[in-house]
Design a binder for this molecule. Sequence first.
Ligand SMILES: N[C@@H](CCC(=O)N[C@@H](CS)C(=O)NCC(=O)O)C(=O)O
Length: 233
Amino acid sequence: MTAPYILYGSPLSPFQRKVEAVMALKGLAYDCEEVSVMAMPDWYKEISPLGRIPSLRVREIAEDGAAGTITDSSAICGYLEKCQPDPAVYPADPFDYGRALWLEEYADTGMAIAGGLGLFRPIIFNLFQRKEPDLDTARKTWNEKLPPLWDYLEGELDGADHFIGDTISIADIAVACQIAQTDMLAGLPDKSRWPALVAHYQAMREHDCFQRNNAGCAKIVAKLVPDKFDLSA
Ligand SMILES: N[C@@H](CCC(=O)N[C@@H](CS)C(=O)NCC(=O)O)C(=O)O
């Protein structure tokens, strides 16, 4: 049966992971269509003028072209929340809502720039191109750039299971999506230094809403990275 949505992108994108988790939580069925950032097709640039994945197609609006599509994970998640409000991933309380948006932004910008550009890409993009992974850059990121970002999140969690209130919100999802990016290649932050953050991430990783994306990533990464890299040295 044809699903009502198509998600364009790659399971390896933390932004696609965020959308997939939100769709799974809300029980929304979707098909995935691979769009590689390393060889972005021209038809996709019409949908995403900034040349980024993911984008969502709403089939009942249009089956092709830019019509019926929304690009950018935050825009997509905001749209999905309006379509299917229950369960909510954005808190109802105005202050909590603002805090959730901030943590989503913290993950999507601060963590994505550090972990994505400084660790994930120097390893995986090189491997895709059959080059040696740039472990010097990845080590510098792991040991110098990521710890202050994790410190902040450890403080924000303050031992709790969730960043906001006692249910999953976009803040939990967005942060876990970025930690998954570095976990795939380098494992977890040191549990003795960031206990709440690691426990939070492990619980999120096991949550049903991440399983389809976890499986998609595992298939790709297992071929390229049989063993995780030890970047702590
Ligand atoms: N703000 C965007 C960011 C999306 C983004 O940066 N995606 C990356 C892949 S993870 C991308 O498409 N990069 C294109 C490129 O590097 O050329 C969102 O939330 O969807």
